[in-house]
Design a protein around this ligand. Sequence first.
Ligand code: FES
Ligand code: FES
Length: 201
Amino acid sequence: MMHCYLMSSRRSFIRKAIGFTAISVGASILTDAHPIDAFIPAPIPKQKVLLTINGKQMELMVDIRSTVLDLLREQLGMTGTKKGCAMGDCGACMIHVNGNRTNACLTLAVYNDGNKITTIEGLSKADALHPMQAAFLKHDSFQCGYCTSGQIMSAVACLKEGKATNRDAIKEYMKRNICRCGSYQNIVDAIEEVKKSGAAI
Ligand code: FES
Ligand code: FES
């Protein structure tokens, strides 16, 4: 008899506990319900930047999250600079910022306010190819061409920085640029030729 009484009171306790929990959870859902506004994304802030791109001054409103690479390709339609890894590993996005080679995928546009940017589109003068572009053509320094604009921007920087002292030094400098087609020897040939020619770069 005592056993039955204990069983019944335990069942009743469990029922009450479950009921209480359900009411608490329900009440919490009702009282903690997020207002619908919480699910609407806030507008992305934009910021004004002044850039000189290939000699042309531009005042631009940019998404504060935008890299220079995305600014060039998506906002300005300058697709000569390529996006490969988007994390600083392949060199496809190489540009010059204030004369220094820079991975465009690693630098935010808003950090470059006032900077001078040169892209592959800014190397040639009118119809004349830059000597490095001409040398790449002459030496077949590309196959699919996806890495080529980044390779050329690095190659020009290599000469400007005086790093093309010999083939090994060129290879060392150019190792930030990956070519999946394996055009490495021809790229070094092109750089060596421009160096020997003494052409103004
Ligand atoms: S896209 Fe910038 S390093 Fe690969
Ligand atoms: S030419 Fe194809 S990745 Fe370099």
